[in-house]
Design a protein. Sequence first.
Length: 299
Amino acid sequence: MDGSRENIVLFPKSVPYYEQQLTQLLQTERYAEALRLLDELLAYPNVDPDKAGQWQSLLIWLQTMCPEAVFPPLAPDEDDTEEALLRSYVAERSAADGAYSGKLLTLLEEGAPEQRSAALEQLAFVDDPAAAAGVRRWLEQGAHHPLLQLQALQTLKQLGATGYVRLRKPGGIADVDIEETPLTAEQVPVQIREMIRRVETISEAEQPDLSYFARQTWQEFLAFAYGTALYAELQTAEEGVVDVWASALHGALQTALFGRADRDELLELYGVTLEMEPLWEEAYETLCGFMALLLPETE
């Protein structure tokens, strides 16, 4: 979301979503990402003055308390560096405390969602044969948030676990192959990546806020659908179906943020053909239903 925002506004209904994102970033100590998001939000010209004041105060506090987040160290590959640091941290903690792996499993069982996420992140690097069994048991024993389910599958894959895990998903039970779990965005099927790329390309010029919101929403929707028949359909989608889901996502976001979507304009913009319109309606309803769960209610 770079560049001038003189003619671009922040959607009022997206503010609760961004506040939720900020809370998650702070709870998981991802301060550099929180700073970047605050910078983006404060650049919009139509932000409510009271809200802008709150965000500005938080920005100043983060800059003061976490200077390393303002000027992070340069690294040739940031992801590899973060993984190496985390791996080293877990190894040090495990060496100092023989029960550390067990404590992480307890946190996974009993902690708040953000604590469970942090526990899974560290469990991926423990050297303990019991870790994979513990994560698998937790994953299969109850209904968990889709993002945590996907993260647990990724942890199991990193631990070298194989076979299938039975998950409780909306609408039923799903048997998921651990080894098929994507660990990075590049491992997600190209058809699914193309769906969000198309939305970003079309919306970036005039609605960069929608572009950012689309990527975050799509990531959560994929976690929601992962392991289901719907995800299987998405990963084998032909080009026309890619157009359908991209335009349906665009429409669902417009409906959530503005209260309505211009169906005919979207169908033309994405090149959705007449015979594909019934599939578009189905995809749109699915995404609107998901968005109703995701986006906090506003007055």
